[in-house]
Design a protein. Structure first.
Lengths: 278, 907
């Protein structure tokens, strides 16, 4: 009888759903450093733990490839992803679903990727042919995807006519540009603004892209859990989310897969450079 | 008094033990403090050496690598730059020192910071995105000192990104002041240095709350509250864990938890002074050294804490414990000897006291005589029994005082068995008579035994007991036995195994078994009929064996086989120890009573069956039925009645039915109780069947047909039964039939028959009161043409239009009827012929200017006219036909005159 009941539960909940006592696994790409990930996401995770009644721990991954692989292997229940990684993840793993999008600092629901250079280098877009471009990661939205699109549209050539250097995160890209290690770099507009005081200037920027989002793994979280989590997050009052990390403290809105159609179109037109590119 | 010595002894022993324990404890603490001080001094030296070593390193790097001419040029430009130029110069500065900064960061010197002369931040290499904040002079004294006093500032200090060990130097060039540069040491460098200098230790930095408060809001998560004290913070272990290899060991966490509980440590931490303390935990000794760090203003800012294992503490402790153990053993042996001596003396005193207590408290008299018969000891009971005081007996011959031989044929004293026993040393047991001082003789049971000391008889101990009460008890028992024999109820006494020990004659009479046959048998062997369930006997035994009485009724069988009912009570009888020894069963023959009860039960069952059937009938009846008592209070009501009335049963039962749902008539008039047919039947006992109305709970009246039947009991009216049916539908149907019979279906006004009836009534009223009245006869002109031209539906619409138009102009007292196809009559009470003519002409005009468009929405409206004849009813003598004829004549005249007009017959 008990075995039948267990079987029923298995069918009802699904084999991949973590047990109520188990902790959820959260992953985020390191925007600046691992320290920043902890500092900025801890309050959000605590809020989600309160809503779910379950602990959540951070699963660290060095790059987007690792996050996407772990996600598809059901080793991650929740991920904080930019639009391109989500679109790529969704293409290969239909159980990935956007739950919540975080607003940008200006209150908007999207953000821009920019191509920036050091003011003292007096670099123009057309002069970037055969120069070294600093990029975050192959699958970063502000990485090869947006830089290639910006170059094609505004300089008339693509990323393949430049040299690229992968630097890991946006802060590293900004510092490499100011430090003279790369001629220009692709990064989030908000990070570029932080380095404006060091002479970093924007050469070109994309249209607004959907903001970073919490992506849920529907293979490990059931409908009720996702609905409950989404409700709990959207119910967070400003007095609570204003204390969260910088990218998370400007409010949220419910997200859907259709929000990313524009990014899909961008990805289709562009030819991203792989991790092995020079 | 007797407990004072042991208590005193125990108290002294405890005090001695406590004193010795305190001595050894204090001794251990003193030595532990010494060890702790040594550790604290070592930590202080190592810390100072570490800070100095890194300061030298910083100064060398600044001098040789950082403050180059090229950099100074940039700083000069930065000081002169406007807001637009400054970012470029800041970027160039970053670019110029990027390689050197990378080297410094790899060496752990990752906080490199340039400031303007006014204290504003120029560039943080460790956090380039944080720029543009206001002057740091207020929160960073080191920067203020370097830029205002133009001298280096070295020491610990808080900050906006991280507190640290600051090394801030003014930058001067050719007498010009370009600002300052700062290289801060993170604690991890000091930590590493401490490990190098003092290996096997564990070190951490505790920051005071005031220091952490200076940090940027978004950097606060780098810190978390320290376990050891609420005023201190430590690096957030989650962040430390991912950034660096070091983290406080398990031992450190363990010691922090212990130190949090130490009041002295908590006090010391609050003072901000350096101190060290020891901890013994898990069989190991540790020293926790707290080296206080002041900031550049001399204010307490942090502690560098060292956790060192100190095996020497265990050695000291073990030595102390060994010495203490030896002292305690010696002290214990001494205490045991003293305690044994005290216990021995105490026991002797106890035995003497116990013997004294026994003899003084025993109920038997006891006295001791010597070989001469003189009393040498007498107890309290002996004095009580003989009535003599103790001093009256001691030293005197007891035999002479209270031994009475009057009941023993006045034996001489020489033959007294007690005296003989005293002389011979033989024992004596027997009954004698004593006489009290007051002269009362009483029988006693006496036991004498010789008192032998060192092999010689020195006297006799005499124990005696007054047996007069026992003799009286024996007599009383004999009487009670006779009473039991004579009791009417059968009584059986058994042992605990239920073997009969005694029965009285009544039992023999009840059961047919004489006592000699019953004795030794069990009751079940004699009278059990087998008609009771075994559970009854199990319950009975369970009850009486638990010490409680059991009562019940049984069907038993007599010796001759005849069955009989008996009520039986069994009571357990306990001996003096509380053990159950006997059971007493008292039995009463209830055969006759049971027969009577059975007959009564059958009668009751029949009554209940009939009542249930009646209730069923009542519940299933479609009519409402309820009953009242003689006071009109409802005693029962069936579901149909409750459904019709809208009440719940509990709202009606016990209530006054008239007040509940019969208080008003259907038309709203109050219904006096005295007129109520139900009340009348309650009064006169006559059956009634009437149509009436009840009021529902929601206030809605409904028509009912009532049957009220009196309940006659003992030739008195005990109430009524009311059966009622809801006849609302029937009444409504009757009203509808009535309406159909009197109303013109097309126009809704009175038909000819009704109009004539009303006309007769009104004429009767006119005749009675002599008031004027007038009759109008109206006929629509050329109505046939309307029908022919537009159809009968249009004709009907014209008729309804005319009636509607006319009705809106009539008074409430006027009577309006359709007496033919397009012929109408109006009776105007109280109106004379002139008034009637005026009304008729007004109506005639309004009809002529109106038009009926009700039937032909898409076509032009139908215009029509009416001719009206008017007749007076004023003399009140004429009958309806005459007046109608007169009005008809006038109408005819109007038609003849050309229609659409009024002609009044004034004849």
């Amino acid at each position: 009888m008990i075995a039948v009941f267990r079987l029923f539960l298995l069918i009802l909940i699904g084999p991949g759903v973590p047990h109520a006592a188990e902790s959820l696994r959260f992953a985020s790409m390191e925007l600046e450093s691992r320290e920043v990930v902890i500092r900025e996401f801890s309050p959000l995770l605590k809020w989600m733990e309160k809503g779910l009644g379950r602990p959540i721990h951070i699963a660290y991954h060095e790059n987007y490839d690792d996050i996407l692989d772990a996600f598809a292997k059901r080793q991650i229940d929740l991920a904080y992803l930019g639009p391109l990684p989500y679109v790529l993840l969704r293409d290969r793993y239909p159980a990935a679903e956007p739950m919540i999008r975080f607003n940008e600092a200006d209150g908007g629901a999207g953000y821009r990727c920019v191509l920036a250079a050091f003011r003292g280098d007096a670099i123009r877009l057309a002069g970037l042919r055969n120069r070294t471009i600093g990029l975050t990661q192959p699958l970063s939205t502000c990485g090869p995807l947006s830089v290639d699109a910006l170059l094609r549209k505004q300089a008339g050539f693509g990323l393949e006519q430049t040299r690229q250097r992968l630097l890991g995160n946006h802060q590293n890209v900004a510092q490499a540009i100011v430090g003279g290690e790369v001629a220009a770099g692709g990064l989030k507009e908000s990070i570029a603004k932080k380095y404006a005081g060091l002479g970093l200037e924007v050469l070109a920027s994309t249209a607004s892209l959907p903001g970073f989002a919490l992506i849920v793994n529907r293979a490990t979280l059931n409908d009720a859990q996702v609905a409950s989590l989404r409700r709990h997050l959207l119910a967070a009052p400003p007095s609570v989310y204003r204390l969260w990390g910088a990218p998370l403290r400007h409010g949220m809105q419910s997200a859907a897969d259709a929000d990313y159609d524009g990014v899909r179109a961008l990805a289709d037109k562009s030819r991203p450079v792989g991790a092995g590119s020079p | 008094m007797r407990f004072r010595a042991p208590l005193l002894f125990a108290l002294v022993a405890l005090l001695a033990a406590a004193g010795i324990g305190y001595y050894f404890h204090a001794n251990f603490r003193s030595q532990a403090r010494h060890v702790a001080r040594q550790n604290l001094v070592a930590l202080d030296v190592a810390y100072r050496a570490s800070v100095s070593m890194y300061r030298l390193d910083v100064e060398t790097r600044l001098k040789n690598q950082i403050l180059r001419e090229e950099i100074l040029d940039l700083l000069e430009r930065a000081n002169a730059a406007d807001a637009n130029q400054l970012p470029l110069i800041r970027g160039l500065l970053y670019r110029a020192l990027r390689t050197e900064y990378r080297d410094m960061a790899q060496a752990g010197l990752w906080q490199l910071h340039f400031h303007f002369p006014d204290g504003r931040s120029l560039l943080r290499f460790h956090s380039p995105g944080h720029w543009g904040d206001a002057s740091l002079f207020d929160i960073r004294p080191s920067i203020r000192i370097a830029n205002t006093e133009l001298r280096p500032a070295n020491g610990f200090e808080g900050g906006r990104v991280l507190p640290g060990f600051r090394n801030v130097y003014p930058i001067l060039r050719a007498g010009g002041h370009l600002g300052s540069v700062e290289v801060s040491l993170p604690f991890e460098l000091i930590h590493q240095s401490l490990l190098d200098l003092l290996p096997r230790g564990d070190y951490t930095l505790l920051l005071h709350r005031d220091t952490v408060d200076l940090v940027f809001e978004d950097q606060r998560d780098k810190f978390s509250p320290a376990e050891v004290h609420p005023d201190y913070f430590k690096e957030n272990p989650e962040i430390s864990h991912v950034n660096r290899a070091f983290a406080l060991s398990e031992t450190g966490h363990l010691l922090n938890a212990v130190l949090r509980q130490q009041a002295a440590t908590q006090r010391d931490l609050a003072t901000g002074d350096s101190f060290a303390t020891h901890v013994l935990s898990g069989g190991r000794g540790y020293i926790a050294s707290f080296h206080a760090i002041q900031d550049l203003q001399g204010k307490h800012a942090a502690y560098v804490v060292g956790y060192n294992e100190a095996p020497v503490l265990i050695g000291i402790r073990d030595t102390m414990l060994r010495e203490a153990a030896i002292v305690f053993i010696l002290l214990g042996a001494l205490a045991l000897s003293g305690w044994t001596l005290i216990r021995h003396r105490q026991r002797l005193a106890d035995e003497k006291n116990r013997l004294q207590t026994i003899t003084e408290t025993m109920s038997d008299g006891l006295y001791v005589i010597d070989t001469h018969g003189a009393t040498v000891f007498v107890n309290h009971a002996a004095c009580e029994l003989t009535g003599y005081a103790k001093e009256d007996l001691l030293g005197r011959i007891a035999h002479d005082l209270f031994h009475n031989h009057a009941h023993n044929e006045d034996q001489p004293a020489t033959q007294c068995p007690i005296i003989r026993a005293a002389q011979t040393g033989d024992d004596f047991h027997g009954e004698e008579w004593f006489i009290s001082q007051s002269g009362r003789s009483f029988p006693v049971e006496v036991s004498c035994r010789a008192l032998v000391e060192h092999g010689s008889i020195v006297g006799t101990v005499i124990l005696f007991r007054d047996i007069s009460a026992a003799r009286a008890t024996l007599e009383r028992l004999r009487l009670q036995g006779a009473a039991l024999d004579a009791a009417a109820n059968a009584i059986v006494i058994t042992d605990v195994e239920a073997n009969i020990e005694w029965t009285n004659p009544a039992f023999s009479e009840l059961s047919g078994y004489p006592a000699h046959e019953a004795l030794g048998s069990k009751p079940k062997e004699l009278v059990r009929s087998g008609l009771q369930p075994i559970e009854l006997y199990q319950n009975m035994w369970q009850t009486i064996l638990s010490g409680k009485s059991w009562q019940g009724e049984l069907i038993n069988r007599k010796k001759n086989g005849e069955l009989y009912d008996e009520a039986m009570t069994i009571t357990p009888v306990r001996d003096i120890q509380g053990q159950i020894r006997h059971f007493i069963a008292i039995k009463q023959d209830i055969t006759q009573r049971k027969r009577e009860e059975a007959a009564a039960a059958r009668a009751q069952a029949e009554i209940e069956r009939l009542a249930a059937r009646n209730q069923l009938l009542l519940n299933s009846a479609g009519d409402g039925i309820y009953g009242t008592d003689a006071n009109g209070l409802c005693t029962f009501i069936n579901p149909a009645a409750l459904s019709l009335l809208g009440y719940a049963r509990e709202e009606v039962i016990g209530g006054d039915s008239h007040a509940l749902f019969h208080h008003h008539h259907a038309d709203g008039r109050l219904y006096p109780h005295a007129e109520c047919p139900i009340h009348l039947t309650q009064s006169d006992g006559q059956y009634r069947n009437v149509e009436d109305a009840f009021i529902r709970k929601n206030g809605e009246p409904f028509d009912v047909n009532l049957s009220v039947t009196p309940i006659i009991e003992a030739e008195r009216n005990a109430g009524v039964v009311v059966v009622f049916q809801d006849i609302t539908s029937r009444k409504r149907m009757q009203a509808e039939l009535q309406r159909l019979a009197t109303t013109d279906t097309l126009t809704g006004i009175a038909n000819r028959r009704q109009f004539m009836r009303q006309l007769d009534l009104e004429l009767e009223r006119v005749r009675r009161y002599g008031k004027p009245a007038a009759l109008l006869m109206l006929d629509l002109d050329h109505f046939k043409q309307v029908n022919d031209q537009y159809g009968h539906a249009a004709g009907d619409a014209v008729l309804r239009h005319f009636v509607d138009l006319t009705q809106r102009r009539l008074r409430r007292v006027d009577i309006f009827g359709r007496i033919g196809g397009e012929e109408f009559c109006i009776l105007l009470p109280g109106t004379d012929i002139d008034g009637a003519r005026d009304f008729a002409e007004m109506l005639c005009r309004q009809v002529a200017v109106s038009a009926c468009d009700a039937a032909r929405a898409a076509s032009p409206a139908i215009h029509y006219t009416v001719s009206i004849g008017v007749a007076s009813c004023g003399d009140g003598q004429r009958d309806a036909d005459a007046i109608l004829a007169q009005a008809d004549h006038a109408l005819y005249q109007a038609k003849t005159d050309g229609r659409n007009r009024v002609v009044a017959n004034t004849a």
